[in-house]
Structures are given as structure tokens and as C-alpha cells.
Design a protein around this ligand. Structure first.
Ligand SMILES: Nc1nc2c(c(=O)[nH]1)N[C@H]1C(S)=C(S)[C@@H](COP(=O)(O)OP(=O)(O)OC[C@H]3O[C@@H](n4cnc5c(N)ncnc54)[C@H](O)[C@@H]3O)O[C@H]1N2
Ligand code: MOO
Length: 338
């Protein structure tokens, strides 16, 4: 046991309980074996402790396996499981399906803590059960307990990782285009959209094909709203031709347009709007020609029930360019990673 200036005691273990008395309270506010943290120093000074007795074995060190276990416990959330420690590392896996969210600012803060390394798949990643999501370990074989305490404290303040589950949504589909309506060409969008929606808990209320006539488009949409649609998807007429009426139809329904056109390719002319809580998407034609467009980036988020802000959609510019690979590996690629 040794006496030490409280300002030099960070990371050391107290040899005895320390009592505070204030406003009718009396009790030990620091227990024996507590590891003193930076933020404890003011408190100790405020109760008159300029010096404390700490154990002689100096700063307590923890083995990498125990650090990994404690970090895993700190970052754990619903729908994940851990494996390890092996070689000082714990791995986190998804047990459920959903959208992985990482607080990237917090992750940076945590990785600034000495010796600590935590890495994960990118924020906004759609995950399935069994997928590896994150890994955590310290760099040396042992580290000061204070470093792990810092990680634990940071994770108490905010959630680092979570998997947002997909919700069941009722979906109404309105396909526009005079060439489809009048049977000049066969519709391709229904099959494409059914394929994309099959990855989520979607109840498709129906598919209506409309002529490029404003009243017909709005009436079809209104019918789905009456049936309780949570999501309306419009196709066709999303660009610059004089017959492109879809954005006008969506506006005339009274929807709040969050973005019409976004910094992404393909899917540049995508529209996102809300009619109260009902999400509205305008899907441009590229979705019938290409395996992946902005629609595939947005759908996982739509199915979590989050409401996009304009800032969210503008943020898609970083990672918004698809490489158009000959074999598509989406979402295991840079498209839609932001
Ligand atoms: N000058 C510009 N041209 C284009 C722009 C632009 O900004 N300036 N945007 C381009 C982008 S991006 C897209 S995507 C396309 C498609 O836009 P639309 O969503 O408006 O598609 P349409 O014009 O209605 O149709 C294009 C093409 O696809 C066929 N189509 C449409 N719907 C169906 C369907 N349900 N089944 C089968 N085929 C369908 C349609 O017949 C046309 O051939 O515009 C670019 N051009
Ligand atoms: O709006 Mo388009 O080709 O970028 O889908």
C-alpha cells in the first residue's frame, strides 16, 4: 500500500472505502478496489482527498482475453452473439435480420482509447443471421484497466452498434406509362419490384398500371392509401420528358417531397416523400435494366421505419456511385456505403 497524490492515481486501485457526507447523506462513494478514473479526481478533491492509499502493484493490468470479453459485453445489443476470445479477439455475429447501425463518431472515440481496437462492417449495412459484424481486441497482451473502463463508460452513454429489425409494411405499387397501359410493351416493373420486396416483410396490396394521366395516377394511389398502405411505390415518368407526370402526381397527393433526385447513380432520379407516416418512393426506369439501383440502397432503411431527412439522402453522395461490375456483389461493395 502506498500514499499517492490523487492527481497521479488514475488507473490505480483504492485500498479502502472512501466516505462522503453531504446534505444528510453519509456513505462510501468509492469502494475498496475501485480503479480511479480521470473523472473521479474532481469528486475526490471535493471530498477533501488530496492523497489516497492505493495498492503497491501500481496500475492494474488486464489480459487481452479479459479485455476482449469486457469490450464485447460493453458493445453487445439485441440480436447479436459473440464468439471467442481466440487469439485475444472477440467476434460479434448477427443473430437476426435487419439494418446494422454503427455510431461512427462513438466508434472513433473508442478507438482513440489507448490500446483499444474495435472494427465493424459499415454503418447502414443490411445484415442476415450468421453474418460477422464486429471484432474487438487490445493491441498488446495486457493493458491498463482504465482503458477498458473508458470503453465501458463510452458505451454506457450511447449505443455503439445495433441491428434495426425490419417491420411488416403494406405496399401499394403504381406503375405508370402509356406504352405499358395501352399494351404497346409488356410490363417489366412488377416482377422487378416483387423480387426486391421479397427480401423484406412486405404485404403487397396490389399493382395498378396507369396511363400518363394525372387523375388516374392519384386515384390509384389514393385507393392504396384507403387500404392502409405504409409504402407507396411509383414507377415510370420520373425524368424530364413532357409526359413524366409521376413527381407531379405525388405532389398533388399532398406528399412532402424530401428529395426528388439524389446524388447517386444509378437511381439519380429517385424520389422519396412522405404522406404523414406513409413512405413514398418514385423508382426511375433504370431499376428494370440494372440489377441494383438506389432503390436497393433505400429499401432496407425504409423497412426499418426510419424517416429520411434531406440531409440523409444528400449524404448518399459519398458511396453513391455503382461500379456496374459484371458480377454484382451488392451489398458487399462500395455502392450505398456511407
Ligand atoms: N435528358 C435526360 N434524359 C434522361 C434523364 C435526364 O435527367 N435527362 N434521366 C435518365 C434517367 S436517370 C432514367 S432512370 C431514365 C428513365 O426515367 P423514367 O423513370 O422517367 O422512365 P421512363 O421515361 O418512363 O421510361 C424509360 C424506358 O423504360 C421503359 N419502361 C418504363 N416503365 C416500364 C415498365 N413498367 N415496363 C417496361 N418498360 C418500362 C419505357 O418504355 C422507356 O423505354 O431517363 C433517363 N433519361
Ligand atoms: O434515375 Mo436513373 O438511371 O439514374 O435510375
Amino acid at each position: 500500500m502506498k500514499k499517492i497524490d490523487v492527481r497521479n492515481a488514475v488507473g490505480m486501485k483504492l485500498c479502502h472505502d472512501i466516505t462522503e457526507m453531504r446534505d444528510g447523506f453519509k456513505g462510501p462513494v468509492f469502494k475498496r478496489n475501485t480503479v480511479i478514473r480521470e473523472e473521479d479526481i474532481e469528486h475526490l478533491l471535493n471530498i477533501g482527498k488530496r492523497h489516497v492509499f492505493v495498492w503497491d502493484d501500481e496500475i492494474s493490468e488486464i489480459h487481452e482475453d479479459d479485455c476482449a470479453r469486457r469490450m464485447a459485453a460493453a458493445v453487445s445489443s439485441e440480436g447479436v452473439r459473440f464468439e471467442g476470445p481466440s487469439e485475444g479477439k472477440m467476434l460479434m455475429f448477427a443473430e437476426t435480420e435487419g439494418l446494422f447501425r454503427a455510431d461512427t463518431e462513438l466508434l472513433k472515440k473508442i478507438n482513440h482509447v489507448e490500446d483499444v481496437t474495435i472494427c465493424s462492417v459499415p454503418d447502414h449495412y443490411p445484415v442476415r443471421p450468421g453474418m460477422k459484424l464486429a471484432s474487438m481486441r487490445i493491441v498488446p497482451l495486457t493493458t491498463k484497466e482504465i482503458n477498458i473502463l473508458k470503453v465501458e463508460e463510452l458505451c454506457r452513454q450511447k449505443e455503439l452498434f445495433k441491428i434495426l429489425p425490419y417491420r411488416r409494411l403494406k405496399v401499394g405499387i403504381v406503375i405508370t406509362g402509356s406504352e405499358v397501359y395501352h399494351g404497346r410493351i409488356k410490363d417489366k416493373f412488377e416482377l422487378v419490384l416483387r423480387g426486391k420486396l421479397s427480401k423484406y416483410p412486405a404485404d403487397i396490396l396490389g399493382v395498378t398500371v396507369c396511363d400518363d394521366v394525372l387523375e388516374m395516377i392519384t386515384a390509384s394511389a389514393s385507393a392504396y392509401l384507403k387500404k392502409g398502405a405504409d409504402l407507396l411505390i411509383f414507377t415510370g415518368g420520373m425524368s424530364v420528358d413532357p409526359d413524366d407526370l409521376t413527381p407531379t402526381a405525388i405532389k398533388s397527393l399532398g406528399a412532402e417531397i424530401i428529395a426528388y433526385g439524389m446524388p447517386a447513380q444509378p437511381g439519380n432520379m429517385t424520389l422519396v416523400a412522405y404522406l404523414g407516416d406513409v413512405a413514398v418512393m418514385g423508382v426511375p426506369g433504370a431499376a428494370i435494366a440494372l440489377p441494383v439501383t438506389m432503390t436497393d440502397v433505400l429499401l432496407p432503411q425504409v423497412f426499418t421505419g426510419v424517416k429520411f431527412t434531406r440531409d440523409d439522402l444528400i449524404g448518399l453522395g459519398n458511396g453513391g456511385l455503382c461500379q456496374g461490375c459484371s458480377v454484382c456483389h451488392f451489398p458487399n461493395c462500395t455502392f450505398g456505403r456511407y
